[in-house]
Ligand binder design. Sequence first.
Ligand code: L34
Length: 296
Amino acid sequence: MSAEIIDGKKVAELVRNRVREDVNDWKSKGHRAPFLQVILVGDDPASKVYTGAKTKACEDVGIETHTRILQDTISAKELKSIIKAYNEDDSVDGILVQLPLPSHLSSHDVIETIDYRKDVDGFHPMNVGRLTVDEPCYRSCTPAGIMELFKHYSIPVKSKHAVVVGASNIVGSPMAIMLSRENSSGKATTTICHKFTKDLTQHTISADILIAAAGQPELIKGEMIKEGAVVIDVGINRVADETSEKGYKLVGDVDYESVRKKASWITPVPGGVGPMTVAMLMKNTLLAAKKSIYPE
Ligand code: L34
């Protein structure tokens, strides 16, 4: 078997097309354009690429945006007071603080400072909590984008065994919740694996759907998966590569060559999950502008 490719770039474009139509419709009713405030602390090269992709997507769909770049020496107090000012500002619909933050800043504290009604990343405990109990909320963009991919390709999730490798707050944990809830989109039997999992293969080998979100280059090998599994690669690792112009290449958490021979579906890196993260952010920002999740 050779896996069919899940084209995240294409599906992301379809999502953006829908958001663009909805933004136009919203504006035609006399509303101003939705506005996303991005905050970037320091000059992490990957974060610059990702926030750049977000700015570009905003331009593409008619959302206004501004990226505030702050020095990596900023104090927690200063950063929080900047966020609070955006919380109070009615012209700001969505606020996003790009992660990771420099080590002297607590991402938990910073995220909790964001008004949950403007938390378009879906990272605030109010949104995570509401996700967990099937209440309307902003859904974390990467796992929400993966659920959108399943929907687009009519990949069944219900009653399947889904295995999530990685338990981060951004991806693994909300992914497992979305996959496992009985009342919303998931309905899968779900296993979460992490650093302390003994014998990872014992779990991955039984996955109908495998989500690799551990942040470890090429962790998942062909021999670790079941024949016909659906494999979603969330990893986006920069590995040194002298032959490339940039000096690095992107590799996922999946050993693509060995896994694609056994999987039924696979996401590539790049062009898989990454563009979906950005597209779902556009969706959340429009929801924020419409105040449709937290009406006033
Ligand atoms: N606050 N921090 C916050 N929200 C997020 O949703 C993120 N994430 C993750 C890192 N920190 C965050 C992102 O934006 C990861 N992430 C992200 C966004 C976009 C892409 C990858 C990760 C992306 O566009 N990837 C392209 C390749 C880009 C490249 O050349 O490096 C792709 O095709 O996968």
